[in-house]
Design a binder for this molecule. Structure first.
Ligand code: HEM
Length: 551
């Protein structure tokens, strides 16, 4: 049976072996010359002397000695030639330092220790990559070495058990599952009219809901946008259009939103200290995460069963049907147990990210009226006000497209991406990173890298426009990350952002309420995503007629 003590990362498995290995290492001098037997006898004598010494020292001295001992063990456990980083405390590592403001502190450490540095989270060594160059050298140039996820960690294991997409680690299965999702996204929408029309319908419905605020300040922009993105991804996966007040829709949205909150508040700490789930009082917090997760799985399973009972082979209505069809084919997905976690991955990853980007967009437009006006002028010239923009209009909307890119760059909705893990021992910038080491990509520092973005803290859509006025590719722009695990929903998300943003800009001008202080955009709220600080916004209607009244 697996005990909590066994739930330690691969790199720390057999740590006594490592400690002894270190002590016996020839580079460490006298210890290496001792025979095993002598080492054991000497060790015994040292322990007896230590015990007597502790008795003399009393409780405070004992505490001090224990701390020193644990720090020595920590030092001995540190892989050789590992990226440098701040010293941490025994058992906590650097948790107490980064917990206050993880993004800010992990960015400051990058300046102090270099673009490739390390911290300790509990007992685990974690390598942090900062800036585009380090990110590219690792995630792009050594894509295979950095392709895994730390899916053995307690919560991730309970959530996916290395199945689905986001937390599957077997390379062949990951490839098969990704191929299936990308193919299905293409068949059900991307490149076809259907998904675009679904997105447009949700965007119009959102504008209808905004219109119903009747020009009064809106404080719940984020939750409205969450419902809109949820509507799209649920339709793709389950083939059903939900009204916002549909009880099933409310259950899904409520559960996923709560899941994000619970994971931020408690889940992450159970990944670091899985044994907390055995500690009275504290264990109820972990249980709350688990209960919510199991409700989520039940909801999905119910939908999968409905599909299994009503599907017609060869006539898929949605992603779930397509999965069952492909199970019957050769060379495709081949294990039904991947379906539930795959659906869970798509629903969770596809909902908050797009919604949060659009929430930032509403705030930034209110803060930068000149940019907003320029977008609206471009839209009016290219599309007019009588219809909502479509993807076919995009080539005529370079400034609008550049604005969306700049929003993604400066807002960083996924600033720390999703953790990775090394698949083999790997060399990076002269450091040695052992197989099984967790890796965190600080995408915020990629997008704030002054080498690639001049005055990175300035909101300036023009940086994405070339001299010819067309949108230009910028090498270090990676909101969807890169490499083997690059976001699978990138194209879908880009389409959603374009259609939602242009529809919102066609119908409304966003403003801060009279006299309201401008929210500080550097004070985003970091959870699984980075959302804007709380704000209220006025949506002043620009279009006339009944287009928004009866949707
Ligand atoms: C603006 C919107 C979005 C942003 C900024 C975003 C960003 C990201 C990032 C940074 C990652 C981590 C990639 C890595 O490990 O290197 C990721 C992974 C992922 N995203 Fe997105 N995402 C967005 C929208 C979506 C949507 C709409 C979907 C669903 C259709 C989706 C599904 C996924 C999945 C399944 C993964 C895991 C991929 C894997 O492990 O192979 N994302 N996303």
């Amino acid at each position: 049976m697996e005990t909590p003590c066994r739930r330690i990362s691969e790199q720390n498995q057999d740590w006594w072996g490592k400690v002894l290995g270190r002590i016996k290492n020839p580079g460490l001098g006298i210890a290496s010359m001792l025979h095993d037997e002598v080492t054991i006898v000497a060790g015994g004598i040292v322990l007896i002397l230590l015990a007597r010494f502790l008795l003399i020292l009393g409780p405070m001295g004992t505490l001090l000695m224990t701390t020193l001992l644990l720090l020595s063990v920590q030092w001995l456990l540190r892989p050789r030639n590992f990226p440098p980083g701040p010293w941490g405390l025994p058992l906590l590592g650097n948790l107490h330092q980064i917990a206050v403001d993880p993004l800010k502190i992990m960015t400051e450490y990058g300046k102090k220790y270099g673009e490739v540095y390390s911290i300790r989270i509990g007992m685990d060594n974690v390598v942090i990559l900062c800036g585009w160059d380090a990110f590219k050298e690792a995630i792009v140039n050594k894509a295979d070495e950095f392709r895994l996820r730390p899916s053995h960690l307690y919560i991730y294991k309970e959530y996916a058990d290395s199945r689905g997409i986001g937390f599957v680690n077997d390379a062949t299965t990951h490839k098969l599952n990704r191929k299936f999702v990308l193919k299905t996204l293409k068949e059900f929408g991307l490149g076809k009219q259907t998904l675009e029309e679904d997105i447009a319908q949700e965007a119009r419905y959102l504008c209808h809901q905004i219109y119903r605020h009747d020009g009064k300040p809106i404080g719940m922009m984020g939750s409205m946008l969450t419902k809109s993105s949820a509507g799209i991804i649920l339709r793709l996966v389950f083939g059903k259009h939900y009204e916002w007040d549909d009880p099933e829709f409310k259950l899904f949205v409520g559960n996923i939103t709560r899941g994000f909150d619970l994971m931020t508040m408690y889940g992450a700490i159970f990944n670091v200290y899985p044994w907390l789930r055995y500690i009275p009082y504290v264990k109820s917090l972990g249980q709350a995460v688990m209960d919510n997760m199991s409700d989520f799985k039940k909801l999905i399973l119910e939908k999968i069963e409905q599909h299994r009972n009503s599907r017609v082979t060869g006539q898929p209505r949605d992603l779930v049907d397509a999965f069952f069809d492909e199970l019957e084919e050769e060379n495709g997905v081949n294990d039904v147990s991947h379906l539930l976690p795959m659906v869970a991955d798509l629903l969770t990853a596809g909902m908050e990210t797009t919604a949060t980007t659009l929430n930032w967009a509403a705030l930034y437009m209110a803060l930068y009226p000149n940019v907003q006006q320029k977008v609206q002028e471009e839209l009016e010239a290219a599309v007019g006000k009588d219809r909502t923009p479509t993807l076919a209009d995009v080539p005529k909307l370079p400034f609008t497209e550049a604005t969306i890119k700049e929003l993604q760059r400066i807002c960083n909705v996924a600033p720390l991406a999703v953790p990775r893990m090394t698949a083999t021992d790997v060399e990076l910038r002269g450091y040695r990173i052992p197989k099984g080491t967790q890796v965190c990509m600080n995408l915020y520092t990629v997008h704030m890298d002054p080498k690639y973005f001049a005055e990175p803290e300035v909101f300036n859509p023009n940086r994405f426009l070339g001299d010819d006025g067309k949108v230009q590719k910028m090498e270090a722009f990676a909101p969807f990350s890169a490499g083997r695990r690059v976001c699978i929903g990138e194209q879908m998300a880009r389409n959603e952002l374009m259609i939602f943003f242009t529809t919102m800009m066609t119908h409304f001008t966003f403003k801060l309420p009279e006299g309201a202080p401008a929210p500080d955009t550097s004070k985003g709220k970091l959870g699984i995503t980075l959302s804007p600080p709380d704000f209220e916004v006025l949506a002043v209607r620009r279009t006339t007629g009944d287009i928004l009244e009866s949707i």
